[in-house]
Ligand binder design. Structure first.
Ligand code: DOR
Ligand code: ZN
Length: 342
């Protein structure tokens, strides 16, 4: 992208977002709802979203918190191997996907899947495949922290081969191994965050520990980031932007026992634009990465929204209603100039 004073993005989509609930939802939702047309909403609440009633009620709370902004929350259900076809059919129209967490792997995932026995998962995954419901997966084993995602790739491949018509989204990929898996199976897709495109483990723990950059999966090695950058900047058709913006109260991050999650939603488009410009990637690719690819992969048509960014230094606030964003207090190159709905 040549250096430019203005960048216009149409209908940006965030295909992996934590909006939380209650006061936190009220405090942070506008950081997404103002600039994005829609987002895939993660179900890892306490308790997790596992019933039709819970999905509908959570969506209502989100719509209430959004107020006048134009924004579509694409809802997800927390995957349980016990879901049968009748249940999935009954909830089909209320959700866009299901999210599978390995048990205990990250925030509020205790009720997830333990052991990956394809036969145990077959009834639920076959039904999802027939109903054209994508499976979003947090792909980490409980191995050594730097190896968890690479170790999970064989599980992705086993699932992709066993359920060839099931769309499987490898969420927030961080490794070259996951990037390589994309081209091996037609039904494997991926989301990529802005923080994993910008940082490596060195930024988290190479100097003074940076709690606001600590997340799951943890940022990896430079060669992993290079592999992610390559597919994101080229807008590989099987990758899409998913922020994994995961707000936690300041005291839960700046504490002994730091919660995992990077809060990026309100600064994600500015950082993405700067990144694409710095790497001389085209505006067309940025548009595909933040919207077009997701529309094709999920078959969604977002609300129209035009976001104009201008090349004007923007000092990221120290916090948004008490939640510290990525790169708080630092200056970045782009700011949001205008958002037009409709
Ligand atoms: O860092 C993370 N935070 N990774 C996840 O998978 C969950 C998320 C959260 O909900 O806080
Ligand atoms: Zn997440």
């Amino acid at each position: 992208m040549p250096s430019t004073n203005q960048v216009i993005l149409n209908a940006p989509l965030d295909m992996h977002l934590h909006l939380r609930d209650g006061e936190m939802l009220d405090n942070i939702v506008n950081g997404s709802a103002h600039t994005f047309s829609g987002a895939i909403i993660m179900p890892n609440l306490v308790p997790p979203v596992t019933t039709k009633e819970a999905v509908i009620a959570y969506k209502e709370r989100i719509m209430h918190a959004i107020g006048d902004e134009k924004f579509t929350p694409y809802m997800t259900l927390f995957f349980k191997p016990s879901y049968d076809k009748a249940f999935l059919e009954s909830v089909r129209d209320d959700i866009t996907a299901l999210k599978l967490y390995p048990a205990g792997i990250t925030t509020n995932s205790e009720g997830g899947v333990s052991g990956f026995d394809v036969e145990e998962l077959r009834p639920a995954l076959s039904a999802m495949s027939e109903l054209n419901l994508p499976l979003c997966v947090h792909g980490e084993t409980n191995g050594f922290v730097m190896d968890r995602e690479a170790e999970f790739v064989s599980i992705y491949e086993e699932l992709a081969a066993a359920f060839p018509d099931l769309k499987i989204i490898m969420e927030h990929i961080t490794t070259k191994e996951s990037v390589a898996a994309l081209d091996k199976f037609k039904n494997l897709y991926a989301t990529i965050t802005i923080h994993h495109l910008l940082i490596t483990l060195d930024d988290v723990a190479g100097g003074m520990l940076q709690p606001h950059l600590f997340c799951k999966p943890i940022a990896k090695r430079p060669e992993d980031r290079e592999a992610l950058l390559k597919v994101a900047l080229a807008a590989h058709p099987k990758v899409m932007f998913g922020s994994d913006s995961a707000p936690h109260p300041k005291h839960a991050k700046e504490s002994c026992g730091c919660a995992a999650g990077v809060f990026t939603a309100p600064v994600a488009l500015q950082l993405l634009t700067e990144l694409f410009e710095k790497n001389d990637a085209s505006l067309e690719n940025l548009q595909a990465f933040v919207s077009g690819n997701a529309q094709h992969i999920y078959g969604v048509t977002p609300l129209s929204k035009t976001v104009t960014l201008e090349k004007k230094p923007f000092k990221i606030p120290s916090d948004y209603n008490g939640v510290v964003p990525m790169y708080a207090n630092e200056e970045i190159a782009y700011s949001i100039q205008e958002v037009k709905n409709g």
